[in-house]
Design a protein around this ligand. Structure first.
Ligand code: G3P
Length: 230
């Protein structure tokens, strides 16, 4: 399972990468706009925080295949390391995916709302396909069902494409795509932290602390612990 953060907020990326086993960062033009900073500066800052091995997904804004490719190659050179071009599944996008794969660029096909969009992108060579779970649920469709179908045909056709489930608004949606064996998820920082949170955990930790602290503070216990670690 690959966990990615769907954000370009540098303080949040820094804080969460320090705490959690996160594998990468996904971006798109709308997420970039939230920071109100120039794209190239943001990308450089993100890479310096997450390191070269972490996945960094960047989405070109061009709409014609050749322009998408040109832009994606520029971001590859800028981002270095484990870079993915994130390409929407328009007709020009599918063409761009094939051109980028011919040039050895890793690609995530994005803005996927149907099973057949994912299948065509996978056949075009996409390394990941990104179905938008919550946006499907919002139109009274079935985001989890779409992910399930995509997983079924990836396995049935023995494709090497992986599912990067995206667009989540609650823990249950994330849990359900994990149950399906989705290879990866990308999640906004606040929701990512909700995956770990439970009030009974906080209560248990509070009780452990208050029960134990008078005794743990005794000098002999501290000495014993020191001996063990030497
Ligand atoms: O990575 C895709 C994602 O950013 C879409 O999420 O929350 O805007 O539906 P959302």
């Amino acid at each position: 399972m690959i966990y990615m953060l769907d954000t370009t907020n540098i303080p949040e990326i820094e804080r969460l990468f320090d705490l959690y086993p996160i594998d990468g960062v996904t971006t798109n033009p709308s997420i970039i706009a939230q920071e109100q900073k120039p794209l190239r500066r943001l990308l450089r800052d993100i890479r310096s925080v997450i390191g070269e091995e972490a996945l960094l997904h960047v989405q070109p804004i061009s709409t014609k295949a050749e322009d998408i490719v040109h832009e994606a190659l520029e971001y590859r050179d800028l981002c270095r390391g484990n870079y993915y071009a994130k390409i929407p599944v328009t007709p020009q996008g599918i063409k761009a995916i094939q051109l980028l794969k011919q040039r050895g660029v890793k690609v995530t096909a994005t803005a996927i709302f149907t099973q057949q969009q994912a299948l065509i992108a996978a056949k075009a060579g996409a390394d990941f396909v990104a179905p938008y779970v919550n946006r499907l649920d919002n139109i009274s469709s079935d985001g989890i069902g779409v992910v399930a179908d995509i997983m079924t045909f990836i396995n049935a056709y023995d494709m090497r494409t992986q599912v990067l489930a995206a667009s989540f608004k609650n823990v249950e949606q994330v849990h359900r795509v994990c149950l399906l064996g989705a290879h990866s998820v990308t999640i906004a920082p606040e929701l990512f932290e909700s995956l770990l949170y439970h009030p009974l955990t906080d209560r248990a930790v509070w009780d452990f602390y208050h029960d134990g602290v008078p005794y743990y503070d005794e000098p002999e216990i501290i000495e014993h612990n020191t001996e063990k670690t030497e």
